[in-house]
Write a protein that binds this ligand. Structure first.
Ligand SMILES: Cc1cc2nc3c(=O)[nH]c(=O)nc-3n(C[C@H](O)[C@H](O)[C@H](O)COP(=O)(O)OP(=O)(O)OC[C@H]3O[C@@H](n4cnc5c(N)ncnc54)[C@H](O)[C@@H]3O)c2cc1C
Length: 462
């Protein structure tokens, strides 16, 4: 039993603390391959904001690192502890506190699983658009802390657009409630949105007010088969330039479709090198008009096939399959590293060409999929074996992909966050002055640097 574990038991009681080696080792990584060099000393499972506050007061006084954790589905090593300490497992703080129809707002605790929230909203005819493809496990707290996105980002934006207020616990245990249910606010610095995307480095998000929308009246799925990867990228650019706004516009290469075909019924014939998977939503007439426009653009640009899916059950299989892409790849390859570059949308064709050239020059096997409608591409480095040679190729390919994205005026992360996966590249994107400012902001929130240390930028030696 660790001494930190003993102290936490005095605060929370026996049932809410784990510190056996076999238990804490389950908290040493997220969905990436990064494993903590040192396991956490103990895991605390708070159920109330008061629990979180008491844990933080203890950690602050004793300068113990604290890593907030939702479902651990992150793809950046965000909740992988770098210096041991306490992992805060927030999954038991999982109540939907209120669904307020009059204000089109929900108040939720941070541990609510996104799909459970969606199911409750659907029962009430309401809609919360952010749709990370891990929605069957990921928590709303994790989504807020990473500014999570998903296919619907193209039309509806990502998580930050829906967060209007928070309850949060500061590193010294103080509870704060920035923002609220109001639809707009111009009153001082925007702490709510500073916390949104802060990856657990500024404080603990305990609950949130989220903006809701009415459920769209009509939906339609379209699947476009393209001769080449280049053609698919050009079609995406043209659809955006024409002013059409699909709710989802996903880009997948043939390899991805061959993996997903086991979930798609009937399976898609592998007639093209790349595919676009779209969903249109809105009023029935709007969906009809957009279907016609998009069909015209795709056919006019030489797509092999434009399939308008009218059967709801068949549509659902495409989107279910899309959400299985990462786990499907993991069943085939020994390691899968997903990048998260976002480029201005007119640069997608050039970015795709550069990724193909990087695959050829480095010898890395790179899959390509992404939420192309908002420029968010996920080049994915696929390892057929775990070896030093393959790791070196992957490292080189990742660095070149990141440099290509930045060269095209993109960002190194559109939705997954930085964590430890990309902390050596943040200065390349933002420059030393901005990183210095970020460090000063962190120091103002967290003077002892106990909140998820080692993330977002490279730490000086401790
Ligand atoms: C199959 C698969 C598909 C995915 N698809 C997408 C996608 O389409 N779009 C997308 O954006 N992401 C996607 N992801 C990545 C991941 O699911 C998201 O980043 C998600 O938001 C993480 O939620 P989580 O609850 O698992 O958080 P965790 O992984 O547990 O934590 C993520 C970060 O948030 C911090 N954190 C968690 N909870 C809190 C809290 N209460 N207070 C403060 N900080 C906190 C952690 O410290 C960490 O830095 C995918 C992952 C997988 C495995």
């Amino acid at each position: 039993m660790s001494s930190i574990g003993k102290d936490l038991r005095k605060i929370l009681g026996d049932k809410q603390v784990l510190d056996l080696p076999e238990d804490v080792s389950a908290y040493a990584n997220d969905a990436t391959f990064y494993i903590a060099k040192k396991n956490p000393d103990a895991v605390a499972v708070p159920k109330t904001t008061k629990d979180v506050s008491e844990i933080m007061k203890y950690a602050f006084k004793n300068k113990i690192p604290v890593v907030p954790r939702g479902a651990g589905s992150g793809l950046a090593g965000g909740c992988t502890p770098v210096h041991g300490g306490i992992v805060l497992d927030m999954k038991k703080k999982d109540r939907i506190l209120e669904i307020d129809h009059k204000n089109m707002s929900a108040t939720v605790e941070c541990g609510v699983v996104l799909n459970n929230f969606n199911r409750e909203l659907a029962r009430q005819g309401l809609f919360y658009p952010p749709d990370p493809q891990s929605m069957s496990v990921c928590t709303l707290g994790g989504n807020i802390a990473t500014r999570a996105g998903g296919p619907r980002g193209v039309k509806y934006g990502t998580t930050e657009r829906y967060v209007t207020g928070l309850e949060m616990v500061m590193p010294d245990g103080t509870v704060m409630t920035p923002g609220g249910k109001v639809m707009k606010m111009s009153s001082g610095y925007d702490i709510t949105h500073l916390m949104t995307g802060s990856e657990g480095t500024l404080g603990v998000i305990t609950s949130a007010h989220l903006r809701l929308l009415p459920m769209p009246a009509a939906k339609r799925t379209i699947v476009v088969t393209c001769t080449t990867v280049d053609q698919a990228a050009e079609i995406v650019s043209e659809i955006i330039a024409a002013g059409a706004v699909p709710a989802m516009l996903e880009f997948l290469i043939k390899l991805a479709i061959s993996v997903l075909n086991k979930y798609i019924s009937p399976p898609l014939p592998l007639l093209g090198e790349a595919y676009l998977l779209m969903e249109l939503d809105g009023s029935a007439s709007q969906v009809e008009d957009e279907t016609r426009d998009i069909k015209r653009i795709c056919t006019g640009m030489g797509a092999v096939d434009v399939r308008v899916v009218t059967d709801d059950a068949e549509s659902a299989t495409y989107w279910w399959a899309r959400s299985r892409l990462y786990p499907g790849m993991l069943q085939i390859f020994k390691r899968v590293i997903t990048e998260d570059i976002t480029v201005p949308r007119n640069s997608i064709p050039e970015f795709v060409r550069r990724v193909q050239a990087i695959a050829a020059s480095t010898g890395a096997f790179i899959g390509l999929a992404g939420h192309a409608g908002d420029g968010n591409m996920h080049p994915t480095i696929l390892h057929t074996e775990i070896s030093e040679e393959m790791s070196k190729k992957a490292e080189k390919a990742i660095e070149e992909i990141i440099r290509a994205g930045l060269d095209l005026k993109g960002t190194i992360s559109g939705e997954h966050g930085i964590g430890i996966h990309k902390n050596k590249f943040t200065e390349l994107e933002h420059g030393a002055d901005q990183i210095e400012l970020m460090k000063k902001i962190k120091a103002a929130f967290d003077p002892h640097n106990i909140m998820n240390p080692g993330k977002i930028w490279i730490e000086e030696a401790r």
